[in-house]
Design a protein around this ligand. Structure first.
Ligand code: SF4
Length: 410
């Protein structure tokens, strides 16, 4: 098989993995049309480095053959997709060529499991080692880790890769047992624990060998099983706390050709994935806890309003908040005020009282914040403060429902 044919198959097979990509980027395709610049067919995706740079990565699988039969996965053993396998030398050559031609800044490499977890992991490590040691490649490398692989191999992977990821895929052991019976949440967590220990060792002893400076990440599939957003978010919260993950990525389940009956025929609403990313950001950066966003009894995030607004409407006892007196972390919880503006408001009030016009100058969303704040010259009118009224006024415009999801699947 020609290298370009393999690339087409193995780049397409990798597109379901969101754990390196910037979510929500529009799909662009210039094949057969005027225009240029569409690289998704050749496996280019975008990711962010720890210093915030957006980099283009060659995103491929080493192979889409797999011994496992995870029901939600297009590459599962029983799937009838065309199969291909790169050699280590081919991935090294593609990465170097793409880099030297300025097509990409690095590599995201994952793989189906062939022969054994150790064998597959050895192959992944060998690609990274050759790139670094033989070709002196200085670009970004993200390696997918095979959870059952020997921890020594995972340690080697961290020497060459910038980021490692172990996909947990589903939030509960029950779902993993049902849809990916050859996998185990316990083993996945052991692999995450091994990476965390190496990261901690490196942090304590800076002169110890390099280890995955961009940390570790994971992915959860949304909508392939019956898990609700509360289970997904509390699993994410536990993973952030226990394994110091840099990111949890959420990937809306995408029905695949000839799906087994155990997975849904239609994808979940894309907005559900978006709301989970918003809630995840509140956990990581605003100090929210999963239990504040969704009750322990379960449920999904609202689709018509964002999670911070939903929290504020459910906790009117904290509002209206006096911006001249409140703590900075509470100002950041006001819908329409972000972390940066919370800091600017606190800086400003060291000089003088914060006034309503100041918020407009800071480009806060005035419609959103008005019912929730008090300034030196402003107090919200009482008749706009009922939560149901605010929710109706602030809900995003409804969209036409998809009446025939099965047509989308075909
Ligand atoms: S192990 Fe990975 S590649 Fe193989 S079927 Fe499961 S999810 Fe797909």
């Amino acid at each position: 098989m020609e290298l370009t044919d393999k690339l087409e198959i193995l780049a397409d097979a990798a597109k379901y993995d969101a754990s390196c990509a910037s979510s929500g980027a529009p799909k662009r395709d210039s094949i057969g049309k005027d225009g240029f610049g569409a690289t998704s067919g050749m496996g280019i995706c975008h990711s962010y480095t720890p210093d915030g740079r957006c980099v283009s990565l060659l995103k491929v699988l080493l192979t889409n053959y797999c011994l496992y039969d995870c029901q939600y996965c297009v590459n599962r053993r029983s799937s009838n997709v065309p199969r291909a396998r790169f050699t280590v030398a081919e991935v090294v050559k593609l990465t170097s060529d793409f880099y030297l031609r300025n097509y990409s800044d690095g590599l995201f490499l994952s793989s189906g499991i062939i022969q054994s977890a150790d064998y597959t992991m050895e192959q992944l490590v060998q690609v990274a080692r050759e790139l670094r040691e033989v070709h002196q490649f200085r670009g970004y490398i993200h390696l997918k880790t095979i959870p059952d692989a020997d921890p020594a191999l995972i340690a080697q992977a961290g020497r060459y890769a910038d980021r490692l990821s172990v996909n947990i895929e589903l939030p509960t052991q029950d779902s993993v047992q049902k849809l990916a019976p050859e996998k185990s949440v316990h083993t996945i967590k052991l692999a995450m624990g091994a990476i965390r220990r190496k990261l901690d060792e490196k942090a304590e002893e800076p002169r110890s060998p390099r280890f995955a400076p961009a940390g570790q990440s994971t992915q959860m599939i949304v909508g392939a099983d019956a898990s609700d957003d509360q289970q997904i978010l509390s699993t994410a919260e536990t993973l952030y706390g226990s394994y110091k993950l840099k990111r949890v990525y959420y990937s809306a389940f995408s029905p695949i050709p000839d799906s087994p009956k155990s997975v849904p025929l239609a994808p979940p609403p894309m907005l559900r994935e978006h709301r989970l990313y918003q809630a995840d950001f509140l956990l990581r950066s605003y100090g929210f806890q999963a239990s504040e966003l969704l009750p322990a009894t379960g449920g999904n995030l609202a689709l018509d309003i964002d999670p911070k607004l939903a929290w504020a409407l459910a906790h009117r006892e904290h509002f209206p908040l006096d911006l001249n007196r409140a703590a900075q972390h509470m100002i950041a919880r006001v819908p329409g005020i972000g972390l940066r503006n919370a800091q600017r408001i606190v800086d400003l009030r060291r000089l003088r009282q914060v006034r309503y016009a100041d918020l407009s100058r800071l480009r806060c969303s005035m419609k959103k914040i008005a019912p929730f704040i008090i300034t030196a010259d402003y107090f919200p009118a009482r008749d706009t403060t009922a939560s149901e009224h605010l929710r109706r006024a602030m809900a995003e415009a409804p969209q036409q429902m998809n009446l025939w999801p099965e047509l989308q699947v075909a």
